[in-house]
Design a protein around this ligand. Structure first.
Ligand code: SF4
Length: 202
């Protein structure tokens, strides 16, 4: 990216304190990685505490599971991180869930505050394929409510881009305990390998 817009966006995201100023007890410091432009972009929900500490998306156990899935589609972690862009619906660690079950889901207000960054990232990264990981990312990218069962295992076209939903790889999610949902994930990874990666690499 030569026109300075990419560097400016990265600096703005890193300096952003909008959610803190709105009263949310986040750990400010936007987490994202990878080049722009990039043919593939992965969007998660929000970074976890480990991601915030090491400043790398999907760094901890969720990342281990995610990259195990992606390996089934022939993608290797280091290569993926080097070639593709990774971000989230909200880019700062939102803190623990008040009831102690994993991390807090970013509020609608935080999602709205961060949305212009996501739109600008997509505009500058110009991905052909988006992997939307977890319910919040899926609904954000598709722009509508949808059940995971109806999303995972299918592709969607949004703004001329192909979107592949994946479940969240968090250990707190019980969705994959159901064999039919494992089959949906397997279908999604087969689509990624056989249909989407050839487009990404074209
Ligand atoms: S989550 Fe987004 S909008 Fe909120 S402080 Fe971080 S970068 Fe800013």
């Amino acid at each position: 990216m030569t026109d300075g817009r990419w560097a400016a966006l990265q600096a703005e995201m890193r300096a952003c304190r909008a959610c803190l100023e709105a009263g949310y007890d986040i750990e400010a410091g936007a987490i994202f990685s990878g080049p722009a432009p990039a043919p593939l972009m992965l969007i998660g929900q929000a970074p976890g505490i480990t991601e915030a500490q090491v400043k790398r998306p999907f760094n901890a156990s969720s990342g281990t599971r995610l990259f195990q899935w992606l390996a089934r589609a022939g993608l290797e972690e280091d290569d993926f991180r080097r070639r593709y862009y990774m971000t989230a619906v909200t880019k700062c660690y939102p803190g623990k869930h008040p009831k102690g079950k994993g991390d807090r889901k970013p509020s609608t207000a935080e999602q709205k505050l961060c949305r212009p960054f996501l739109d600008r990232e997509i505009e500058l990264v110009r991905p052909r394929v988006i992997l939307a990981v977890g319910g919040l990312a899926i609904e954000t990218v598709l722009g509508r409510k949808i059940r995971l069962e109806e999303a995972v295992g299918h592709t969607f076209k949004v703004g001329g881009r192909l979107v592949l939903p994946l479940p969240h790889p968090s250990g707190a999610s019980l969705w994959l305990n159901q064999p039919e949902n494992q089959a949906r994930l397997a279908r999604a990874l087969a689509i990624l390998k056989d249909e989407l990666l050839p487009l990404v690499e074209a």
